[in-house]
Design a protein around this ligand. Structure first.
Ligand SMILES: NC(=O)c1ccc[n+]([C@@H]2O[C@H](COP(=O)([O-])OP(=O)(O)OC[C@H]3O[C@@H](n4cnc5c(N)ncnc54)[C@H](O)[C@@H]3O)[C@@H](O)[C@H]2O)c1
Length: 396
């Protein structure tokens, strides 16, 4: 295959992240043929901005019907991933799917507060059935499923993997976090569209990271992955604390409905090592994407965001004008740590390049179905643990 012909569904936040990286491969290895989204203005503006020949806004299936597209990049809200991925597989096209793969989103009752009303044990079972349905469609139609978990492609993370390999040490303890001051996206406020709160949307990244690392260590040491064997967790809605509710000026997103804005989970692995994952929608100071890895013979701290390749200071926020400093930063005043190339440090171009390689050279992507499935399982088991107040063991 000379060039991979790609279509994108979704034209907002995640789609921009993907497109900004795809432009680097465009012309030589990738043709972005068409896009689809729900609103005409967004689809049109996106197509125009990136010089994409066609766009659809009435029905994403028009994109799937095209014979000149090899792969569909799903940048749509999480509740649509399962259906869209299955439709894509049935159309015999490869799938790039944003994180997390899927979850439980309730029935079609409009006002349902899924997060409060439905037992998490039931959700776990249903979410795993959703993963199985996607896996089955992928297998049946012999297409590739590529799971867009950028963390495991981030250069600090791939360096960590090299260090783990050469050290030969045992990963004893990992502490990982993704937090910030709250999502911009409306779908994130309700379980019905997001499938969970901070643990699901933010935690999916560090959970993906730690599961991948122990998997990697297992392959190196024993020729088979070290998988999670149990999970314990706690969740909370810190933005509902009475004194915070009374505060007039809010720097933190607080419109959460039936989803948690804070969560912590401990993953216990088959070799009895542990990973602790923190995620919060109520942390000021810009996005935090970090991993501390304690090996038996080394320590590695991975600072995807923030990191200090650049340290900048301004006495007032207007001084840096419109120049981008960091995601979800409240102010450009004072000392800050912009990344010279945030997309690169976060692994988006490397992720998309691996996916294009996978299609062009018919190989497995570094991030695929197994990781996508295990992330859903770990997060929903964490929800069961938090609800029932006990450790949840996996039946393998
Ligand atoms: N990897 C990352 O760093 C990262 C960052 C943000 C979001 N995400 C993931 O990306 C996904 C999308 O999140 P987002 O923040 O871009 O959301 P968003 O709300 O900004 O954009 C969603 C897009 O989907 C389109 N859409 C919705 N329903 C549609 C339909 N029926 N048909 C066609 N298009 C439809 C919308 O028009 C919009 O363009 C989520 O699963 C999220 O978890 C990943």
């Amino acid at each position: 295959m000379e060039k991979v012909r790609l279509g994108i569904i979704g034209t907002q936040f995640a789609a921009l992240l993907h497109m900004n990286s795809l432009v680097k491969l465009r012309g030589a290895r990738v043709d972005v043929v068409a896009v689809a989204s729900k609103t005409k203005e967004h689809a049109e503006a996106f197509a125009k901005k990136f010089n994409i020949p066609d766009y659809y806004y009435d029905d994403h299936r028009r994109l799937l019907e095209r014979k000149d597209i090899d792969v569909i990049d799903l940048c749509v809200p999480t509740d649509l991933h399962e259906t869209f991925a299955i439709e894509t597989a049935e159309a015999r096209k490869h799938i790039i799917c944003e994180k997390p793969l899927t979850g439980y989103f309730g029935k079609d009752k409009k006002e349902e507060q899924v997060g409060f009303e439905v037992k998490k044990k039931f959700m776990l079972r249903e979410a795993m059935k959703g993963c199985d349905r996607v896996a089955k469609a992928v297998e049946k139609n012999k297409v590739k499923f590529m799971y867009a978990e950028n963390w495991i492609y981030a250069p600090p993370f791939t360096k960590l993997k090299n260090l783990i390999k050469v050290s030969g040490g045992t990963i004893l303890d990992i502490r990982a976090e993704e937090s910030h001051s709250g999502s911009h996206a409306k779908y994130s406020r309700r379980w019905k569209t997001s499938g969970g709160g901070a643990l699901m949307r933010l935690g999916a990244h560090p959970v993906g990271g730690v599961l991948h690392l122990k998997h990697y260590e297992g392959i190196l040491k024993y020729g088979k992955p070290i998988r999670a064997k149990s999970v314990m967790a706690e969740v909370g809605q810190h933005t509902k604390i009475a004194s915070f509710v009374k505060e007039k000026k809010k720097y933190i997103v607080s419109e959460w409905e039936d989803v948690e804005d804070w969560g912590v989970m401990i993953i216990n692995f088959e070799d009895n090592s542990k990973a602790t994952v923190f995620s919060s929608d109520a942390v000021l100071g810009g996005v935090r994407n970090t991993l501390n890895v304690y090996l038996s013979n080394a320590v590695v701290n991975v600072n995807i965001n923030p990191h200090n390749a650049l340290e900048v200071y301004a006495p007032e926020p207007h001084i840096f004008g419109d120049e981008y400093i960091a995601e979800k930063l409240e102010t450009k005043a004072g000392w800050n740590f912009p990344s010279p190339d945030e997309d690169w440090v976060r692994g988006y171009p490397q992720e998309l390049e691996d996916f294009i390689d996978a299609i062009q050279f018919n190989k497995e992507p570094v991030s695929g179905m197994d990781l996508a499935r295990d992330v859903v399982e770990a997060i929903y088991a964490a929800y069961v643990s938090a609800e029932e107040g006990k450790r949840i063991e996996f039946k393998r």
